[in-house]
Design a protein around this ligand. Structure first.
Ligand code: SF4
Length: 403
């Protein structure tokens, strides 16, 4: 989401005749787009911001993103050189804010804005935000507090952006939102699957991906769309977070492990070649050895193609912040290592099954692309924008090596 927001901010600024600089030490304006999902991310960003201010004291600085929203004007005390803080919901004001900051106005707090269409020149693969905010209030998550309630962009506005990107050479779009499955177009009443079907009809768009889905909102219609829509990439990222029903309840996830496995079964019946990835949090308050064993068991049963495992990080303001963080750091580290080891085993097994098979691949850069299943593919001599079937000869690390 932050990469998408950064790309939109860049588009807005370039439309106002700003030029992007590869060198932060020569830039007149430096924007940090921040993530607040884990404490570690915030700490690293603050230290990078301080360092950048020392290295280029003449530049103007803006802090955008969730950390700007979380700490607001307090940040001007800590960083007196900071010109503005811009919350994610106000990023469309970035052009105006940037001009003010460059003219010497300081201490600007986020201005009001909204999401909309920004003409921009696209690369081979581009993010397109379809929905912002979240109403789910998972007990560990700061997003609903920082990115506000769910809002949906009108389908016409989204499709206009996709057409514009396709005309500039984009071949793949990634629809983004905190909870894409709850998308609806207020004008037509169309849902997320309808949006996917309409986007697939746009000339030049060869592949569509989407992130992120909530298991409670996955519809049978969306699962069927994998079988129906050849432009839909064969990949679903569906965060499960835990395999223990009591932990899922404490997380306020609103599904059980059996519900989740039921979705996996339907997906595998409907479209066998769809790769499934997930997120897991280990060491959530109250998580016992037996809860964690349930998580490992679910990972095996679901036979994921990829599992992103994270240690629980308490975030102030969330419901779980008030729970006792009773899993010791040592146990969290052990569970993280066990989760990662299992994730690696499954990921390698899945990739090795492709040796000797063909994989439809889009190359985003020279030599490097992604298969429809979102596996990283390496093929010497491939050019950015190439699209087609490649023969997988070997697996190196997690990469498929192709001819
Ligand atoms: S669905 Fe849950 S984890 Fe995802 S953004 Fe919303 S509150 Fe956070």
């Amino acid at each position: 989401m932050n990469a998408a927001d950064s790309s939109v901010m860049r588009g807005i600024l370039e439309n106002r005749s700003f030029e992007f600089s590869e060198n932060p030490e020569e830039a007149d304006l430096i924007i940090f787009n921040s993530c607040s999902i884990r404490e570690h991310a915030e700490d690293r960003m603050f230290s990078n911001l301080g360092l950048a201010m020392k290295k280029n004291p003449k530049a103007a600085f803006i802090l955008a993103g969730c950390t700007a929203k979380r700490h607001g004007a307090k940040l001007f005390k800590r960083f007196p050189h900071l010109g503005a803080v811009v919350a994610p919901s106000e990023l469309f004001s970035i052009g105006e804010t940037a001009e003010k900051v460059l003219s010497g106005v300081a201490g600007i707090e986020a201005l009001e804005g909204g999401y909309g269409f920004v003409p921009r020149h696209g690369g081979v693969s581009e993010f397109v935000v379809i929905q912002t905010g979240c109403d789910n209030y998972c007990s560990y998550c700061v997003v609903p507090f920082l990115r506000a309630a769910e809002r949906y962009r009108p389908a016409e506005d989204i499709l206009r952006e996709v057409r514009c990107l396709a005309a500039s050479g984009t071949k793949e779009i990634v629809f983004l939102g905190q909870n894409v499955n709850s998308y609806r177009d207020e004008k037509t009443g169309g849902d997320f699957t309808d949006l996917l079907a309409r986007a697939a009809e746009i000339d030049g768009i060869l592949r569509i991906r989407f992130l992120t889905s909530h298991p409670k909102d996955i519809s049978a219609k969306l699962i069927d769309e994998f079988a129906r829509n050849p432009r839909l990439a064969r990949h679903l990222h569906l965060p499960v977070q835990s395999g223990s029903d009591s932990v899922l309840r404490a997380m306020n996830r609103k599904y059980t492990s059996a519900d989740y496995l039921g979705i996996v079964e339907k997906l595998r019946e409907s479209a066998k070649d769809v790769a499934l990835t997930t997120d897991v949090i280990v060491g959530f308050p109250g998580e016992t050895d037996s809860d964690f064993a349930d998580t490992l068991a679910l990972i095996r049963k679901a036979d994921f193609d990829g599992v992103y495992v994270f240690k629980y990080s308490p975030r102030e303001g969330t419901a779980s912040f008030r729970m006792e963080d009773d899993v010791t750091e040592e146990v969290k580290k052990e569970r993280l290592a066990a989760g990662l080891a299992l994730a690696k085993e499954l990921a390698l097994k899945k990739r090795e099954a492709y040796i000797g098979q063909k994989a439809e691949t889009l190359f985003e850069n020279d030599d490097v692309g992604h298969s429809s299943q979102n596996y990283l593919v390496f093929k010497k001599g491939a050019k950015a924008g190439d699209f087609g079937q490649v023969l997988i000869k070997a697996v190196s690390g997690f990469r498929l090596m192709a001819e």
